[in-house]
Design a protein around this ligand. Structure first.
Ligand code: COA
Length: 192
């Protein structure tokens, strides 16, 4: 076994867990999950049946990743953030098998205590502020906060605010990577 599972964690049958991953106290990985290389699954985390996590996904304490959620590589899930997978839950109506899909794209981070209403994908390298309630799809590199969450800016792959100049170019102060803002479709992409 080239990954670590704390003695209090429970791993159900059929899971594929790749090398370097660590699974900490009281966490439960349910049947047929796939967890990529070098992930860190904190304390009291539940990963529901069939969920796929990419490589280097960091899951802080007290997060449940429900069936229907996919986390791509380098995703960060802050402490006690909340996913959902049924838009109109009723205890007396069985909606098993009708779970909505939510994709958290490569490099995206979700702040502490944020809630993601299901079906709203989080774009590459987007940053969701602490306590936000996400009710719409989030664009790549967007910075969003509040309830309902609204976009207040853009962030780099290193998580810094991007201040676009008149030429629509911004430089990340930490990595020196360059980004371009496209006003026609209100999108950002990395150009260097
Ligand atoms: C969203 C975030 C990245 C913004 O950081 P920032 O760029 O330094 O932003 P500022 O602190 O300058 O705040 C800008 C504005 O947004 C507001 N704001 C910041 N974070 C907010 C949040 N989470 N929810 C609501 N409003 C928020 C500020 O009050 C401020 O409002 P104002 O302009 O009316 O004064 C940061 O506040 C945050 O929530 N980070 C996540 C932390 C976290 O959960 N980490 C988990 C690992 S421990």
């Amino acid at each position: 076994m080239d990954y670590f599972v704390h003695e209090t964690a429970v791993i159900d049958n059929g899971c594929k867990i790749r090398s370097g991953t660590k699974i900490w106290h009281f966490s439960h990985i349910m049947t047929d999950c796939e967890i990529g290389e070098s992930c860190n699954i904190g304390q009291n985390v539940v990963v529901s049946p069939g969920v796929k996590l990419g490589r280097n996904v960091k899951v802080q304490n007290n997060v449940s990743i429900y069936t229907g959620v996919i986390c791509e590589d380098d995703v960060f899930l802050g402490p006690s953030m909340v996913f959902t997978n049924v838009i109109n839950p009723r205890s007396a109506v069985n909606r098993r098998g009708q779970y909505a899909q939510t994709i958290v794209k490569t490099g995206a981070s979700i702040g502490a205590n944020a809630t993601i209403v299901c079906g709203n994908n989080i774009g590459e390298y987007a940053l969701v502020g602490a306590g936000a309630v996400v009710t719409k799809t989030v664009k790549p590199y967007a910075l969003i906060v509040g309830n309902p969450a609204k976009q207040i800016g853009w962030v780099s792959e290193y998580g810094h605010r991007l201040n676009f100049k008149k030429n629509h170019i911004a430089v990340c102060p930490e990595s020196n990577q360059e980004y371009e803002f496209n006003p026609k479709d209100n999108t950002v992409k990395r150009i260097k």
